[in-house]
Ligand binder design. Sequence first.
Ligand code: HEC
Ligand code: HEC
Ligand code: HEC
Length: 215
Amino acid sequence: MVRTKMLASLMFSLGIIALSLAWIPVPDASAADPNTFNRLMKPPAKRNLPPTEDGIHDPESIGAQGLQTPREAFTPLPKGQSGNYVDWVKAFDDKQIQPRFDRDDPKAKPVIMDLTIVREVKGTMPDVIFPHKQHTEWLDCSNCHPAVFVPQKGANQMSMASIMLGESCGVCHGKVAFPVADCRRCHTEAKGKAAKTSAKAAAKPAAKPAVSKKK
Ligand code: HEC
Ligand code: HEC
Ligand code: HEC
């Protein structure tokens, strides 16, 4: 008896829900897609849209219409895992792109520094390798030192939380460089390797301590 009553009231409320659903206007596709606000998680068809559709450029502007579309520009470049799906470091190494180091001076050459910093990570994630080489091929020392990082190994507080809030490595990663979602591009060194390297360096005083060369 109680059961049938409950069932009846359930059917009744379902009926109301169905009725009210019929009255709700059908949301457009953009509202239905929970990821539209998240530029890092676009479905394949929505990645690297042409300038007139990307929501950044003014679609009315003739300039935007004249720009080469990213898809066209990116197609010949090596594929990446995330962001705009180009492996920019490889594209640079393969000389498929030759970015100007100084906007105003086409002849300016970068000061490339091959110094790798190992940041030991708490927990189970592999340690983080920060390669100066790949950064200084594009960037000036002053892009990072001293405003973002004091140039001294271990002197800077870094955490995943601050990176996701757009500080530390997050000043660029997730904005102009590959995003935080690409965990294994930063967390590359197996645990304990840094400790071993520095132990070796301590045993052999001629070697540079705690700084390992890579690539
Ligand atoms: C993309 C950011 C970035 C750029 C560009 C950059 N650095 Fe660094 N640098 C770092 C980080 C991160 C560290 C490590 C800081 C830490 O461990 O707390 C560091 C550390 C250093 C250190 C300390 C090394 C040690 O063993 O104590 C020196 C010296 C240094 N950088 C010099 C330079 C010079 C010179 C340039 C330009 C040729 C440069 N950096 C460009 C991010 C950068
Ligand atoms: C000033 C901007 C900037 C900061 C700050 C920065 N990076 Fe980068 N990083 C770049 C750019 C630009 C690239 C090359 C483009 C790309 O790969 O998206 C890059 C590439 C890399 C690469 C790829 C190297 C390779 O061989 O593929 C790693 C790893 C990396 N960054 C780690 C870090 C870590 C760890 C930090 C913080 C300690 C950091 N970056 C801080 C701009 C920055
Ligand atoms: C741009 C480089 C970069 C990327 C990408 C990145 N991390 Fe990190 N991660 C760091 C740095 C730098 C630290 C701080 C290391 C230290 O303590 O010196 C860190 C620290 C951590 C820690 C230790 C706890 C903490 O907050 O300090 C964990 C866990 C972690 N990362 C997980 C992840 C996961 C999961 C992802 C992918 C979703 C990720 N990381 C992507 C650079 C990166």
